[in-house]
Design a binder for this molecule. Structure first.
Ligand code: P61
Length: 470
């Protein structure tokens, strides 16, 4: 009998192991439950993971939004919250952090990302104008449409193919933008809606070369570029790893350079910036800023708090600095990649290459026998929960919603179930448990029968829709 010599994960993958640049000081117990408990909870939740109670979840990979663990420094910063109605000291710290690391001139705080999306959409879109973007995001597109804009997908075609290996699958196809300008005229384009590490494409990055080329195209036509900076720090890591000339450039410098090619940005700070709540909007143009600063008092709160407490703004200011540290970003994305490598080696269909914040299981690859109208990704999320209590999120036909003109479902090419990794929360052992559960569900894939939707809300239906098993 040959002796089995255990190997560390690094050794198994032929590299030196990395580790998180922190140690754990406080823990939150997890609750395990039985398959019967989960069957009851899933049925009560209408087989929608958004409707589960968190207490019924074991490992929560619904989202990386607002679910990060804050550092001791951020918690200490919370105690220095200046809860004045106007002119809170913490606002100026936040403004300074955004100006320093993202490089924009004028800052408007908002309660979270969609608050900022609302303001920029209302201020910068005239009804009937087109808003080209590198794939849609649910809340982003809805705010653009509510402002009268028409979303046009201008991401490269490769982004719609889950198996295509491209280092920058979030890139904009400049020919698609040029064609739109030629057809409609630059005046019919509100702005380019550019997202870093494109969420719905699987957390796929945009290259520096792409944003530079986009800038020069837009300059020729007087078109603005606004950036969804929500996971732009993670995008910077991919540039450092994959783009020539950036291997020795710190994440912070890459972030700053990238933002410099854009005219402004909106942010859900609940992701990169390591806080439980918060967002902002920042622009370079004074007139637009004046408009936004005026609107924020109607929809969010005074322009020096935007719906946030002083302590929230302080945690964000500190979180921004922590988020751009190279060792932090490397271990954050490294953990996602670790889970992705396991699943890839086991032959489980996932979006390739692995993106920054999540593993996206290819539900069409799991369930080729299910029609898209039987909601394969929703089914997969339900099966994973039933197997192990792991909570994931549908990112397919349910998330895509309906075409507002025709009322038909949008049929996205990508039918995905997202395992989203919160920052600084779970360990490598948790990732192993997750991988084994995904494998168990994959092994039982032929039994899946799909779901039917029995309740469909009007807006962002995936959050509250209910299903029954077929
Ligand atoms: C998420 F199921 N993302 O990924 P807010 N831009 C981008 C985001 O990822 C984003 C927002 C703007 C979430 C939360 C969420 O369909 C959903 O702070 C790239 O959440 O308002 C949010 O930022 C909006 C989950 C949002 C969803 C919409 O889990």
């Amino acid at each position: 009998m040959t002796e089995h010599i255990p190997q560390t994960m690094g050794q198994q993958f032929g590299r030196r192991s990395w580790a998180e640049p922190w140690k754990i000081k406080m823990v939150e117990p997890l609750r395990m439950n039985t398959r019967e408990d989960r069957a009851r909870a899933a049925a009560e939740a209408g087989y929608n993971t958004f409707l589960l109670r968190s207490e019924d979840v074991y490992i929560d990979l619904l989202t990386d939004s607002g679910t990060s663990a804050m550092s001791d420094r951020q918690w200490a910063g919370m105690m220095t919250g200046d809860e004045a109605y106007a002119g809170s000291r913490n606002f100026y710290n936040l403004e300074n952090a955004i100006q320093t690391y993202y490089g924009y001139k004028h800052v408007v705080p908002t309660h979270q990302g969609r608050g900022a999306e609302h303001l920029i959409s209302q201020a910068a879109i005239k009804p009937g104008q087109f808003v080209p973007g590198n794939m849609y995001f649910t809340t982003t597109r809805l705010h653009q449409e509510m402002a009268g804009g028409i979303f046009v997908d201008v991401i490269i075609d490769e982004a719609h193919d889950p198996t295509f290996l491209h280092p920058f699958k979030g890139n904009i196809d400049l020919d698609k933008v040029k064609a739109l300008i030629d057809r409609e005229g630059a005046g019919k384009i509100a702005y380019i809606s550019l997202a870093g590490t494109v969420n719905m494409a699987g957390g796929q990055p945009v290259s520096m070369a792409n944003v530079k080329a986009l800038r020069s195209l837009c300059d020729q036509h007087g078109i603005k570029i606004y950036l969804d900076a929500t996971r732009m720090v993670e995008n910077a890591l991919f540039i450092q790893e994959r783009e020539e000339g950036y291997a020795d450039t710190p994440i912070a410098a890459i972030l700053h350079e990238f933002c410099g090619y854009t005219d402004g940005a909106w942010m859900s700070a609940k992701k990169d910036s390591l806080v439980n709540i918060g967002g902002w909007l920042a622009v370079n143009d004074w007139d637009l800023f004046e408009e936004l600063r005026n609107m924020v008092v109607v929809f969010e709160g005074l322009h020096t708090y935007g719906g946030l407490a002083g302590r929230d703004m302080e945690a964000m200011a500190i979180g921004i600095v922590e988020s751009v540290q190279d060792d932090h970003v490397r271990s954050r994305v490294g953990q996602v990649r670790y889970l992705g490598e396991l699943l890839t080696d086991w032959g489980i269909p996932i979006v390739q290459p692995v993106g920054g914040h999540a593993i996206f299981l290819d539900a069409k690859g799991f369930y080729p026998h299910l029609q898209q109208t039987a909601f394969p990704a929703q089914t997969l999320a339900a099966e994973l929960y039933l197997d192990s209590g792991i909570r994931s999120m549908e990112r397919g036909i349910v998330s895509a919603g309906r075409n507002p003109k025709t009322g038909d479902h949008y049929y996205p090419k990508l039918e995905l179930t997202r395992l989203t990794i919160p920052r600084r929360v779970y360990t490598q052992a948790h990732m192993d448990v997750v991988a084994e559960s995904v494998k168990a569900v994959y092994d039982g894939r032929e039994q899946a029968r799909g779901l039917q939707m029995v309740y469909e809300p009007r807006y962002l239906r995936f959050f509250q829709a209910r299903f029954e098993r077929l």
